[in-house]
Design a binder for this molecule. Sequence first.
Ligand SMILES: Nc1nc2c(ncn2[C@@H]2O[C@H](COP(=O)(O)OP(=O)(O)O)[C@@H](O)[C@H]2O)c(=O)[nH]1
Ligand SMILES: [Mg+2]
Ligand SMILES: [Zn+2]
Length: 295
Amino acid sequence: MPVGRIVRAIAGFFYVEPAEGDGRLIECAARGKLKYQSEALVVGDWVDYQPEEEKGVITKVYPRENLLKRPYIANVNLIVLVFAHTNPDPNDFLMAKFLVLAESSGIPYLIVLNKTDLVSQRKANQLAEKYRNNGYQVLCTSVLTHLGKRKLQQALAGKVAVFAGPSGVGKSALLNMISPGLGLRTGAVSEKIGRGRHTTREVQLLKTKQNGYIADTPGFTQIDLDFIEPQQLSDYFPEFQPFRENCKFSSCCHDAEPQCGVKQAVSESKIAAFRYQNYLELLDEVRNFYKNRYR
Ligand SMILES: Nc1nc2c(ncn2[C@@H]2O[C@H](COP(=O)(O)OP(=O)(O)O)[C@@H](O)[C@H]2O)c(=O)[nH]1
Ligand SMILES: [Mg+2]
Ligand SMILES: [Zn+2]
């Protein structure tokens, strides 16, 4: 039975790209259980399909490596968190939220700082280093000067990648830069945060020139960390991990508790103070969600 990947799903039909093909898609219906179970088939899934003339029928779905909720895509290999050096200005708290979301997905991720052409090199390096020093992978890019283009292409090669980040940072422009011909719309007019205009848009994987796929969606632009319990939050701050074993209480939230390894590390500058501040702000938010849920 031929194997392929679902790259698009519309109204009960699934567009499958054969694993061994020339990139042409095969329009498939689903068989039996796969047809009637909602979410049995998701964009990104590997499937077996039975060719029937020009079309096909999906007969089997392979176990998923992961399933990202927003956008709803299976088997994602990389999340690219895009921010801008300016316009819109970067914001550590918002970055912390995106980083927690990416970290909690268990999927590898990368920070891209775009619009490097709009700031001085010194300022650009400062921001990049600030995050690199905390162990994050950071790439500076510019759609204007093509800075970072090759490195980004290399990072995406052969992978299913989702671009995420606030509106207007240049996600679509970057995708067009790394894979000319996609012709994605830029300008951010139609995807302002919170307007919900694109929420019903179909998810689609687009093939890049580097034999990878990128999700043609605004990604997650607005974030609710309502699925995280207060005690879990520090799991998603990788740079805190080495110090948690020094916490007296295994349930430590690294806030009001005495003998906290994380707070100790902050006081010794082994954890960046701004990251700990971001953590405390997020902890507040997560605690509020939690209270409201169990009230
Ligand atoms: N100067 C500069 N402008 C950029 C860059 N990347 C994107 N832009 C502009 O920023 C605006 C938003 O870009 P867009 O790709 O629509 O952002 P998105 O909302 O993240 O998809 C557009 O006007 C782009 O032309 C860049 O690297 N440098
Ligand atoms: Mg866009
Ligand atoms: Zn602690």
